[in-house]
Design a protein around this ligand. Structure first.
Ligand SMILES: CC(C)(COP(=O)(O)OP(=O)(O)OC[C@H]1O[C@@H](n2cnc3c(N)ncnc32)[C@H](O)[C@@H]1OP(=O)(O)O)[C@@H](O)C(=O)NCCC(=O)NCCS
Length: 291
């Protein structure tokens, strides 16, 4: 479709494969599948869920939101339902909102989902973006605990980059100033990620894995180097899945967990950044037992 090559894509982005949803498959369908899988892993049932938060910037409809449709599909019992749009850092934001709701005793058990059908918002004639975007969903189930496993969030925005990543009317296709985002990511992201670890009470050496937004392998590798977390493995699912925006963190985390790469009850640094321009991160403990 465009003048590019497998070699260019691998060298500049690290992407080797990615997945595109079927034409009639929506971000909601992906979200429902991820929610079902996470719920099965958790050992809980739909009636236990009293909050559903969905991070997405590619919902097919403006209303009802995806969270409401997930609730109906699961047969949950009147949970709080909300969608939240912070593009690629959406999942880390959604997780923070759900965590705070549980801490404030406004909810007990939440499903937090990142879902995107970016292929529906991709300009397949623009070689600078159409080689990057892909579709996916991932989900966490989190519940109240005497020993909360999610740290205080570090989050904020960067007004100078407000227009750097956009899906705007009337074309509603993904456009970005790749170079500006790249520069921010390799010069600023590590500072906020380090701050996230400091605020969590862990030392960098305690962290067992880095799961950052999967935008480009050439961003992930320098970020990991700059953080210097000697005991952490680094999520590089961008090579298998491309850039899936809000889905990239839960998707990468889930694959690592199911592959046995993450030890139980261990701290993992999540860090998202992208459209807005916004960033958010927290340290989460992996589940106590293998599922
Ligand atoms: C998008 C990105 C991969 C581009 O890589 P880059 O090394 O910065 O490449 P550039 O944009 O400078 O382009 C370099 C050259 O490759 C060309 N090019 C761009 N896309 C190409 C493609 N798919 N195939 C072949 N050539 C391509 C450009 O036209 C340019 O050619 P020129 O030098 O003749 O003008 C990179 O900037 C990036 O990943 N940025 C961060 C994106 C991001 O994190 N987004 C987060 C939001 S979710």
């Amino acid at each position: 479709m465009v003048d590019t090559s497998d070699e260019w894509i691998r060298q500049r982005t690290g992407i080797e494969t990615r997945h595109i949803a079927a034409e009639n498959e929506t971000a909601t369908d992906l979200a429902i599948n991820a929610a079902r899988a996470a719920l099965a892993d958790s050992g809980l049932v739909p009636a236990d869920i009293d909050l559903i938060v969905v991070a997405t910037c590619t919902a097919e409809d403006r209303s009802p939101n995806i969270a409401g449709r997930v609730s109906v599909a699961l047969g949950a019992t009147r949970p709080v339902i909300m969608d939240l749009n912070v593009a690629c850092s959406g999942f880390a934001h959604a997780l923070a909102v759900a965590d705070q709701a549980i801490r404030a005793e406004s909810a007990t058990t939440a499903i937090v989902i990142g879902t995107e059908k970016l292929s529906a918002f991709t300009d397949w004639t623009d070689r600078s973006t159409c080689v990057l975007t892909a579709d996916a969903a991932g989900a966490f189930v989190i519940t109240r605990s005497e020993h909360p496993g999610i740290s205080a969030v570090t989050w904020g925005s960067e007004p100078d980059l407000a227009s750097a990543v956009r899906i705007e009317a009337p074309s509603s296709t993904f456009v970005q100033e790749g170079k500006s985002v790249f520069k921010w990511a390799i010069s600023q992201a590590a500072g906020y990620a380090r701050q996230t670890v400091q605020r969590s009470g862990y030392e960098l050496a305690d962290i067992r894995a880095l799961v950052s937004h999967q935008a480009n392998l050439r961003i992930i590798e320098p970020l990991a180097r700059q953080l210097g977390m000697e005991n952490a493995i680094v999520a590089t699912d961008v090579t298998a899945s491309g850039n899936t925006s809000a889905a990239s963190i839960p998707l990468a985390f889930s694959k690592m967990w199911h592959n046995g790469e993450l030890p139980p009850d261990s701290p993992v640094l999540l860090f998202g950044f992208g459209g807005g321009f916004a960033y958010a991160g927290q340290v989460v403990r992996t589940p106590r037992r293998k599922v």
